[in-house]
Design a protein around this ligand. Sequence first.
Ligand code: ATP
Length: 238
Amino acid sequence: MSILVVKDLEVKYGDTQVLWGLDLTIERGEFVALVGANGAGKTTFLKTVVGLLPAAAGSLHFAGEEVSGMPVEYRIRKGMAMVPEGRRLFKGMSVMDNLMIGAHFREDRPQVHEDLGKVFGYFPELERLRKRVAGDLSGGEQQMCAVGRALMASPGLLLVDEMSLGLAPVVVERLAEVLAKINVNERMSVLLVEQDVEIALELSSRGYVLDNGQVTMSGDAGELLRHPQIREAYLGLT
Ligand code: ATP
């Protein structure tokens, strides 16, 4: 069963159209990548899915329900969580407070406590740093905190925007490993939006390539990685 079904999605900033008839589906428990160059429209897509931008046309079904007209809060309560580009932590607040913000809309308090334990299990560094002010953390630790905050919402679908941007390869590796584990252990669907095509497709089972606001290719992630057009355009290989 699909957790997200997007059909014919069009998004505009004023008179400027950025997404053109975009179709994308994510099955429950699936790990999907959305890749493309800078400015292709990836962030615009994520913001529209979560409700930060309105759709000009098309449909957006989440967990079996049309949510296009619904506010962000409704979609979060229904099970979406986003790790935004640039992390967007509350830098003056502690790591612990940032994590708990992720659980803001939840009413199942005992489960929230259990999920905090899970987050510390995935990222032991966050438990060690829990009293520190988030702005004092390294870039990698901040990204862990941003992922942890999204996990605290216990989402059915985790939307991750440019996780690898500006981070050292060893840190990206670590975050990627955790995302893969979460996907399997928690049976959480993941949509990973990345400029780093190689990392995204290696982690995913299926991928979509976005070019100038349109899906130009989609399919099995391994096949996309081997596709000559992708190797040339995005991986710098021939
Ligand atoms: P990046 O990886 O740099 O975030 P992206 O693939 O996520 O790129 P978007 O940020 O979605 O791309 O941008 C897609 C297009 O929409 C770009 O041409 C961008 O200039 C334009 N755009 C983005 N935000 C706005 C805005 N608030 N107003 C007008 N145009 C915008």
